[in-house]
Write a protein of this length. Structure first.
Lengths: 424, 1019
């Protein structure tokens, strides 16, 4: 009887799996204790034999298991973490996750709008919590993401989401937190010729930001301008300006250009950022890196240039986070950090650039980004080193204390076809 | 002497009529003359290597009657004394479109996906619009006065003109320069057949890639033969008849770069053809191989502009290739001479033709001998085009085509006085013009002025010299001894003194009026030459338009080297390939002993701990413990791993100008092997990721794509030397969205659905079978078809398929088609739904080469799973992981690790997915893919466990040659940085010295993917 039951359960699970919809987890009911794991706190510290406890979605214990006294009765759920690793949930900044399902199918694409100056657009509105892609990304430890609109000069506003939700409202973690500007290119990458429209494009940006600044100062707006309204938050720093650009001159020009506006400025992409670390630091500009699993930016560049960028920024003391473009690709985010470790980056610094640094840049570090008491219990357990594809194997993951389903459509298809062959 | 000069003008004017078309009716009284001239006392350069001093040239009626020191002067000859002057055969440019109408390209259907399948030219012409062998330049040639004058001024007397339009451009015509009617300037029709890799005005889609262009050439050579033997009975084809007609002429091929020369030469070898190449001045980068073709060259003197690299960030945009080319381009001609290659020079490629002489002088300064330069402008072009009996030297019976110069032709100060073409003079610098220059004491009434007369650019300038900082202009005219001047009494004055008088050859005198109208007597006494000043140097440099930009300014270094000839020009090395990380000395195989490593044998022995690997003569000599060193270079590999080299089954690196020939549903005739690009930095980058072999595939644009090339990443070697020798041929097939052109809203090319895809195959193989039957029957009527030939090879299991595929239905389909026609699909590549049909693949015998974790980028990959490789492996399908991406290719070890992450494949098996398994799929596992005595020494030393994200390839060997070493790489970076810095400094100095700079050049980025489909055959 028990056997039959379990078969039925397996079948049911299988069925659910095939539907490719992982049900969002319910609110944490019991306190959880993970004991004995190597905890990478995200703030640069590591506890080899740790005790991590959380209750009601918040971390209540982050300590060395060798020295801390624990009352086991306080934790109805206890997880043996021996030989395993615990990490804060990785945060994927600058992604189109949930905005697009299939790149080549236009109907599934909600990341771009008509027009080039769209600060009023809100990515969160199009964010699809039921995307089949999201669970595959979670399976490798990415538990939060910044969903970013694409295209045009000003593409719109991003929102930070947690990746286990029924709808965009409960997904949103930090709503409309920033505006994204694509800095014009000063030369064409394909033929290296100067972009003739560059000066005009820059001057247009200036006009728009001056107008928005004036609008923000206006206490008695009689004619509401949605675009200007959307930009208001930039000037009181309730919103961050994300400037997407990689070339060293463009980064320099963007920083100088926005210097007087007094904004929270973040460079996104930043492949050349390592060349101008002083400028970045002096102006308190942080960087969200683009794909570092990429070819060097120039034919003469060091062959491993992108792999070294993170280490160079760390060394210089620039606040930066790992990032990469796209949606489904985000499941490889941590491996970029792993690559950087192979090229000299300190391991815990790499974790920081996937967690706490990202949280700082996105303005959510008070509640997430590291394993610290009082912060969200957004974390995962891996059997091995999560930065190395050879050893990364998640066993459990929690978002705000809720244990999420690590299954996904691809795993379900795997099981389905294993079954086909096993049955033969 | 002055009298003669005057006379000449008159005569010249009149002699014109003596050249009127004989067959034409005339209006007026006949005035035909002998055109008999004797040029005496000249230094005559009879040919590029024969000079006679104090000699006479006698010409009659446009031809040379005699030349030498013992010429009898007929009494009736008009004698021109050329004491101190030189006579040269006039120059010849055989790469020109002079006198030919420009053709404008018709409207092409700009909408993506809409294809023009055949020519839209009316008439019985060939199917491909870019082939115009029937074009005859002489039939539409018309002299162009303006262009002629430009060339005449530089000393050219004749050019070979053809219309630069199309892949076959028809024939050229050899013409002399001048503004007479075409009847009188065409020296020879149908001189040479011209070809190129540009479709020109053709609006047809095919060929859309370089390899398509090469395939088209091959097929046309075959079709030409067929037409001659039999085809003309089946169809009337003007183009093919013309094609055959032009084959006996010299074949001049315009190519875009040095590698094209090697490509065309390869095709030439197949058909027993020899070409003359016109490249773009970069021959020096592959000179040995070009020399090996035995071809003649037509060489451009198109030197790149310097770039503005003062801003260090801007300087980053200039690639080392372009920086070095700026420095070395002027040495190209000298290197070609030194290599002993026969070559002609051309003005082609220069934005301003007037820059030619300046650039030539630059080439001479960079080592080109003056004799070779003259030969390349007279003898060789005449020889190549078969008109040496008429031009190219000064000999009896040849055309009276010569130039009169003030000195040796390539000297900077030398002026061309006259350019005689067929006995007609074109006057540029008066022979006695120099007499005016000098310093004069001008006395007007009671006032004395110091007058300086200088000459530059053929114009004399005259100033009143007050003191070193003050002088002012004198307006003047001078004509055959009559001189007039007007100038204000002082610089500030607005009113002028006007003088008129005569010159006795040295001193001048006459009368004139003062500003107040009063008459005055005046005289000017010659005091001597104008003293040299610094400023003059500058003027001088200005004249020397040293390149197409008029870059005449010299750096300080240049100036000093001008003064002291012994100063050597400092030049960088030519490296192979010509870019960052290229080597200057060819790396050679060595004997290596790797000690104490973890060795992944991929053999029965599995993974050996603490083992050695001995490499000798390019092969693995032995694998085992405690191997004797025996003179080998020992490498301590303690704590490190050694594996066989990674083999990328699906790559699009190292391909020139187009990875897809998109234009037909079957393009089995195109070959990636024709367009291997040895000069792609990604070759080096992949070596740094442990890759040793890449299969270069055609894209996935059409169901039957092109033939693949298998290369070893022998960085720096020429394309042919990179190819993996004696391997089976492969071909790319493709299914699904790409071949349906699903991304185009409009598509008119069959197929547009998976239903159509099947029919393409069934149709193609049905025709191929019939073709084979016909071929076996043979006979004159049989027409060889390269598309069919490749398909027949597939049917006979002599060529093997790598098929781009995604969904199970289409995978099944192709296996059914193959079964029906009795062959096997060798490899399904991408094969993201392979896990759904792994059992069937196993049964059929197909392998799979897949991505580790790609998905969600298009509809057909919606069911892709990263467990694909695991399932296929489990089902016994030979499974490889590939890149299809220049970046990921250098991390294929990590992709293999993902088979462990997704699906728990055992590590040794996972590793085989990027080594032994692709070797099996490519039928090369008997030579590479594992570490076993006797196999090729293609191996990698890893810093860590090779499946780890932390692993770095430290050394990559191919055939025992160290093509990558991370330590050497660090050195190379230093060298790249130093060489860049040196060149940047040189460019900055050039700019500071007043030199011009142009736009940044860093080379285009060409990272091809499966579905790249730009038209690469248009300019």
């Amino acid at each position: 009887m028990k056997k039959i039951q379990s078969i039925i359960i397996v079948c049911l699970l299988f069925q659910i799996g095939l539907l490719a919809q992982q049900t969002p987890a319910i609110v944490q009911s019991d306190a959880v204790l993970i004991i004995g794991a190597t905890a990478h706190l995200g703030n640069g510290k590591v506890i080899p034999n740790s005790a991590i406890g959380f209750e009601n979605g918040k971390l209540i214990l982050v300590a060395d298991a060798n020295t801390v006294r624990i009352d086991p009765s306080k934790y109805p759920t206890q997880i043996d973490g021996k030989g395993k690793h615990v990490y804060p949930g990785f945060i994927a900044p600058n992604t189109t996750l949930g905005l697009i399902e299939i790149e080549a199918v236009r109907a599934t694409n909600d990341m771009r709008e008509v027009g080039s100056f769209n600060p009023n657009l809100r990515a969160i509105i199009a964010y699809n919590t039921d995307s089949d892609i999201t669970p595959t990304v979670r399976s490798n430890g990415v538990l939060m993401a910044q969903v970013v609109p694409q295209g045009g000069r000003v593409s719109g506003q991003s929102t930070v989401v947690q990746l286990d939700a029924w709808n965009w409202e409960d997904a949103a973690y930090s709503m409309d937190e920033g505006i994204h500007l694509n800095w014009p290119r000063s030369f064409n990458w394909w033929n290296n010729e100067a972009n003739k429209d560059y000066a005009d494009d820059v001057s247009e940006i200036k006009t728009n930001f001056k107008s928005a600044q004036a609008y923000a100062k206006n206490k008695k707006v009689t004619k509401t301008n949605l675009k200007m309204d959307a930009m208001k938050g930039l000037f009181d720093k309730s919103k961050t300006l994300y400037v997407h650009t990689g070339n060293v001159k463009s980064i320099t020009e963007a920083i100088l250009f926005f210097k007087d506006f007094g904004l929270n400025l973040v460079i996104v992409g930043g492949s050349d950022a390592w060349m101008i670390t002083d400028l970045l630091k002096d102006n308190k500009v942080s960087v969200i890196l683009g794909d570092t699993h990429s070819l060097p930016s120039r034919s003469d560049s060091d062959i491993d240039e992108p792999f070294k960028t993170a280490q160079r920024l760390t060394e210089a003391g620039v606040l930066y986070a790992f990032g990469m473009n796209g949606a489904w690709q985000q499941r490889n985010l941590a491996f970029q950090a792993g690559q950087a470790v192979g090229y000299g980056l300190d391991y815990e610094a790499a974790i920081t650039a996937l967690t706490l640094n990202t949280a700082k840049i996105l303005g959510i570090d008070k509640t997430v980004g590291s394993l610290e008491e009082g912060k969200d219990a957004t974390l995962f357990i891996s059997e091995g080193d999560a930065l190395d594809m050879r050893t990364c194997k998640l066993t459990q993951a929690f978002i705000g204390g809720r244990e999420i389903d690590l299954d996904n459509k691809q795993k379900a298809l795997y099981r389905k076809f294993k079954k086909k062959y096993d049955g033969k | 002497m002055r009298k003669i000069h005057l006379l000449l003008f008159v005569i010249l004017f009149i002699t014109q009529s003596s050249f009127a078309q004989i067959t034409f009716p005339r209006n007026g009284v006949y005035d035909d003359r002998d055109g008999l001239y004797a040029f005496t006392n000249a230094t005559i350069h009879k040919s590029f290597n024969e000079t006679v001093e104090n000699a006479t040239l006698l010409i009659r009626d446009g031809k040379i009657e005699s030349v030498g020191t013992s010429v009898n002067l007929p009494a009736e000859a008009i004698v021109i004394d050329l004491k101190g002057k030189h006579i040269y055969p006039s120059l010849i440019d055989i790469y020109s479109d002079y006198g030919l109408p420009e053709r404008k390209r018709g409207e092409r259907n700009r909408e993506r996906g809409i294809q023009q399948m055949v020519t839209n030219k009316d008439g019985a012409y060939i199917w491909n619009q870019a082939l115009r062998p029937e074009f005859r330049a002489h039939e539409v040639f018309n002299p162009n006065k303006k262009d002629a004058k430009e060339m005449l001024k530089m000393g050219f007397g004749a050019v070979l003109a053809h219309q630069k339009d199309g892949i076959s451009r028809g024939t050229s015509t050899f013409v002399t320069l001048g503004d007479e009617p075409a009847h009188q300037v065409i020296l020879k029709d149908k001189v040479s057949h011209h070809l190129s890799f540009s479709k020109g005005t053709s609006t047809q889609s095919y060929p859309g890639s370089l390899m398509g262009g090469i395939a088209l050439l091959r097929q046309t050579y075959i079709d030409g033969e067929w037409y001659k033997k039999y085809g003309h009975k089946e169809e009337f084809n003007i183009s093919l008849a013309s094609w055959n007609e032009v084959q006996s002429l010299p074949q001049i091929f315009e190519v875009r770069d040095r590698l094209d020369i090697l490509r065309v030469a390869k095709v030439g070898k197949e058909f027993g053809l020899k070409f003359i190449y016109k490249s773009t001045g970069d021959e020096y980068r592959r000179l040995d191989e070009i020399k090996g073709t035995g071809a003649d060259l037509i060489v451009e003197l198109n030197f790149p502009e310097a770039m503005d690299v003062e801003d260090p960030f801007d300087a980053l945009r200039a690639s080392l290739t372009e920086l070095k080319h700026w420095e070395l381009a002027p040495t190209n001609a000298a290197r070609i001479e030194k290599a002993g290659i026969r070559f002609a020079l051309t003005t082609n490629g220069l934005k301003k033709k007037s820059a030619f002489m300046g650039n030539l002088r630059k080439a001479i300064k960079n080592g080109l001998s003056e004799e070779a330069a003259l030969k390349a402008l007279t003898h060789t072009p005449a020889k190549i085009t078969g008109v040496y009996d008429q031009v190219g030297s000064l000999e009896k019976g040849k055309l009276a085509n010569f130039i009169v110069t003030s000195g040796k032709i390539f000297d900077k100060k030398t002026k061309i006085h006259q350019n005689w073409v067929r006995g007609k003079a074109h006057m540029f610098k008066e022979l006695d013009k120099d007499e005016l220059t000098g310093t004069y004491n001008l006395k007007s009434g009671k006032t004395n002025y110091k007058l300086n007369v200088k000459e530059s650019d053929g114009k004399s300038s005259m100033v009143i010299f007050v003191n070193d900082s003050t002088e002012y202009k004198v307006k003047h005219t001078y004509n055959d001894g009559i001189i007039s001047l007007s100038f204000p009494p002082s610089k500030e004055d607005k009113k002028v003194i006007s003088l008129s008088g005569t010159s006795d050859g040295k001193n001048w005198s006459g009368r004139g009026t003062n500003p107040d109208g009063s008459w005055v007597d005046w005289s000017a006494t010659y005091m001597g030459p104008v003293p040299e000043k610094k400023k003059e140097d500058k003027d001088d440099d200005k004249k020397d338009t040293a390149d197409k930009t008029g870059d005449g300014k010299k750096t300080e270094k240049d100036k000093s080297s001008k003064n002291k000839k012994e100063d050597k020009i400092e030049l960088g090395k030519v490296v192979y390939p010509f870019m960052a990380y290229g080597w200057s000395e060819k790396p050679k195989p060595e004997t290596y002993l790797f000690k104490n490593a973890t060795v992944w044998t991929n053999e029965k022995d599995g993974i050996l701990e603490g083992a050695d690997v001995l490499v000798q003569n390019g092969k693995i000599k032995s694998v085992g413990k405690n191997l004797p060193a025996a003179g080998a270079t020992e490498i301590d590999a303690t704590g490190k791993h050694i594996t066989s080299g990674i083999i990328d089954e699906h790559s699009h690196i190292a391909i020139s100008r187009g990875v897809n020939e998109c234009t037909q549903s079957s393009t089995a005739e195109v070959r990636i092997g024709d367009v291997v690009n040895s000069e792609d930095i990604n070759i080096y980058r992949q070596l740094s990721g442990g890759v040793t072999i890449s299969q270069l595939l055609h894209g996935s644009c059409n169901p039957i794509g092109g033939q693949s090339a298998l290369i070893k990443l022998r960085w720096g070697y020429a394309p042919e030397q990179m190819k993996f020798e004696n391997t089976d041929g492969f071909i790319k097939f493709a299914l699904g969205e790409n071949v349906k052109k699903s991304r185009n809203s409009r598509n008119n090319r069959f197929p547009d659905s998976r239903m159509g895809v099947e029919q393409v195959y069934v149709d193609a193989f049905t025709r191929a079978r019939e073709y084979e039957t016909k071929k076996k029957l043979g006979g004159a009527s049989f027409r060889k078809d390269l598309d069919m030939e490749a398909l027949v090879e597939i049917l006979n299991s002599q060529r093997f398929i790598t098929c781009h595929s995604y969904v199970q239905s289409e995978i099944n389909m192709l296996m059914h088609v193959a079964d029906a026609f009795g062959f096997k699909v060798n490899t399904f590549t991408h094969i993201l739904e392979g896990y759904k049909v792994a059992d069937k693949m196993k049964q059929h015998g197909a392998g799979g080469s897949t991505f580790s974790d790609w998905w969600a980028y298009k509809y057909e990959v919606i069911d892709a799973i990263p467990y694909n490789a695991a399932i296929m492996t489990e089902q016994g399908v030979i499974t490889a992981l590939n890149s299809d991406d220049a970046e990921m290719a250098r991390r294929l070890n990590q992709e293999a690790a993902k088979a462990v992450l997704y699906g728990d494949v055992n590590e040794e098996e996972a590793w085989k997915m990027v080594t032994l398994n692709p070797a099996k799929l490519l039928h090369i596992d008997d030579r590479v893919g594992s570490l076993k005595a006797g196999k090729d020494a293609d191996l990698v030393l890893w810093s860590h466990h090779p499946l780890s994200v932390y692993a770095k390839a430290e050394i990559t060997l191919i055939d025992g040659v160290k093509f990558f070493d991370r330590k050497t790489d660090l050195q190379l970076r230093q060298e790249v940085a130093l060489e860049r810095a040196r060149l940047v400094q040189k460019m900055i100095a050039h700019k500071k010295g007043g030199g011009k700079t142009g736009p940044m050049r860093g080379g285009k980025k060409h990272h091809y993917h499966c579905d790249s489909d730009e038209d690469e055959m248009v300019d």
